[in-house]
Design a binder for this molecule. Structure first.
Ligand SMILES: CC(C)(COP(=O)(O)OP(=O)(O)OC[C@H]1O[C@@H](n2cnc3c(N)ncnc32)[C@H](O)[C@@H]1OP(=O)(O)O)[C@@H](O)C(=O)NCCC(=O)NCCS
Length: 193
């Protein structure tokens, strides 16, 4: 469930759509919000909704259909607001016991930059530590592609401690795949769970 309810009461009323314009009051509410991420049941309809808000990152219908299908089965972490609406989703793959791969992370555009994504990755990391996982992995669009949105995405992962490992042609010509990893060498300080 979401974190502190007083703040979230405002967040749930925010406009959701492709170009949210926030009032100063809404911005204050978002900046004061403490989000909490939890392991959740599958939320494929919410994944479809959130992907549709961010076509600059997820604009390929075939790929989106695969993500929505994946959301029916994969381990799911969410952040919810005070009305229980999903504002962020992370799907996780576990290829080996020592690795957790972020298959998908997407946050409601109306709350980008307010800590939802960070809350999900920190919760996953705290959980990974308790399971003896030693490496987090994520694949994203590499810097040899000019998409400006993905430069922000790479910055997001890097500020959380992920390191670029390799850029590959795994996704085909014109879609450079950057593999990023984060070795888990110390217990997370914040106790995000
Ligand atoms: C990338 C994403 C998951 C980050 O979640 P978030 O809740 O917006 O980010 P947080 O508030 O936790 O962290 C903010 C940091 O991320 C960066 N960031 C990356 N993308 C951002 C975005 N679209 N909007 C705002 N901040 C973004 C900010 O610059 C900030 O770092 P800074 O304080 O050093 O400037 C989210 O913005 C998103 O869904 N983006 C579109 C889809 C996407 O890129 N998914 C990942 C594909 S691999």
């Amino acid at each position: 469930m979401a974190g502190e309810s007083a703040e979230h009461g405002g967040v749930s009323r925010l406009h959701r759509g492709s170009s949210p314009r926030r009032t100063n009051q809404e911005k204050d509410i978002l900046n004061d919000t403490t989000w909490k991420a939890c392991l959740d049941d599958p939320v494929p309809d919410d994944v479809a909704r959130l992907l549709a808000y961010v076509p600059e990152w997820f604009g390929q219908p075939d790929a989106n259909a695969e993500y929505i299908e994946a959301a029916r089965q994969k381990e799911t972490w969410t952040v919810r607001d005070s009305s229980s609406a999903v504002v962020g989703v992370t799907l996780v793959d576990r290829h080996f016991p020592h690795v957790a791969e972020i298959h998908l992370t997407v946050v409601d555009r109306a709350v980008h930059g307010t800590g939802v994504g960070t809350a999900m990755i920190e919760a996953l990391e705290a959980d990974a530590w308790t399971r003896g996982v030693s490496l987090l992995e994520v694949k994203t669009l590499g810097a040899s592609h000019p998409a400006p949105g993905y430069a922000r995405t790479r910055h997001f992962y890097q500020r959380l401690g992920f390191l670029p490992l390799e850029e590959t042609d795994f996704w085909g010509a014109g879609t450079p795949c950057l593999i990023m990893v984060k070795p888990l060498t110390a217990e997370p300080a914040s106790g995000a769970l």
